[in-house]
Design a protein around this ligand. Structure first.
Ligand SMILES: Cc1cc2nc3c(=O)[nH]c(=O)nc-3n(C[C@H](O)[C@H](O)[C@H](O)COP(=O)(O)O)c2cc1C
Length: 252
């Protein structure tokens, strides 16, 4: 059985419009960087254009798949993931084939909540359409190593969804543990970590908050906004934390 060895426990979380190759290359200390989120088909690209009109950043490429490949080519990290939304299964599969060509991890975005993407069945809309989510995970997992990024805080059966995601072939579950106006759901991280390799996410702002995810059972912990306010965020937390500095293996 093969595996991936991550040099430490810290991950750069995806940020649409920001995490291109240039940005990810700067995060040298992170054992895993996640490019994107990218839009893999015409429908998601159209939605992304609408989103930018509201002032949010998005990656808009002339050709969505070529654009994703170009970013992967410019990446200097050998261990990486690519976060993707698509309205069509074809978009997921085309993008997954490119990620597979470069031996990357494909992350299905079942997390974003911008109305323009929800309307076309993307992002967290997938949490309410288990059949479709499972079908995407199954098909993508036949092509490459798969992660699924989800968001906490919904009134859904997370254990059931989590089991289905792993049974469908995903190797990683990436969980934004945010509960609206109530901090981080570390109990959920504890529950879901029993089912497989989990990356915890949300409000990882210092060594202690990162360690809390690992102590709850997550194998790794990701940060997005903290990296925007502190360029050397990962270097700093790794210097301070022996726990976050430990290597970890993902069995495939
Ligand atoms: C500017 C920005 C863009 C984001 N874009 C994406 C995205 O494209 N895909 C995704 O799964 N999450 C996206 N996220 C969510 C982050 O990956 C992360 O889940 C969230 O910010 C909570 O983590 P944090 O507390 O470390 O910021 C984005 C977050 C920010 C701040």
């Amino acid at each position: 059985m093969s595996s991936i060895r991550f040099e430490n426990r810290v991950v750069l979380a995806p940020m649409a419009g920001l995490n291109n190759a240039e940005f990810c290359n700067k995060q040298k200390a992170a054992a895993l960087v996640i490019l994107g989120g990218f839009n893999a088909d015409e429908e998601t690209l159209k939605a992304a254009k609408k989103v930018t009109k509201r002032g949010r950043k998005e990656f808009i490429f002339d050709d969505p798949i070529d654009g994703i490949e170009e970013e992967i080519k410019n990446l200097k990290k050998s261990i990486f993931a690519v976060n993707v939304r698509s309205a069509t299964i074809e978009g997921y599969l085309e993008a997954a084939r490119v990620v597979a060509d470069y031996k990357g991890i494909f992350e299905i975005n079942a997390h974003c909540r911008q109305p323009e993407f929800l309307e076309i069945g993307c992002g967290e809309a997938l949490l309410y359409d288990k059949k479709r989510l499972v079908n995407i995970v199954e098909k993508v997992s036949e092509i490459t190593i798969t992660s699924v990024k989800i968001r906490a805080g919904h009134k859904i059966d997370y254990e059931e969804i989590c089991k289905s995601i792993f049974n469908a072939g995903a190797k990683i579950l990436h969980v934004d543990a945010m509960i609206p106006n109530a901090g981080c759901d570390l109990i959920l991280i504890q529950k879901l970590s029993r089912f497989g390799f989990l990356i915890g996410n949300n409000s990882f702002v210092d060594a202690k908050s990162g360690e809390n995810f690992i102590k709850a059972g997550a194998k790794m912990v990701s940060a997005a906004r903290a990296v925007l306010s502190k360029e050397k965020f990962f270097e700093e937390v790794l210097r301070e934390s022996a726990l976050l500095s430990q290597p970890v293996e993902l069995k495939l």
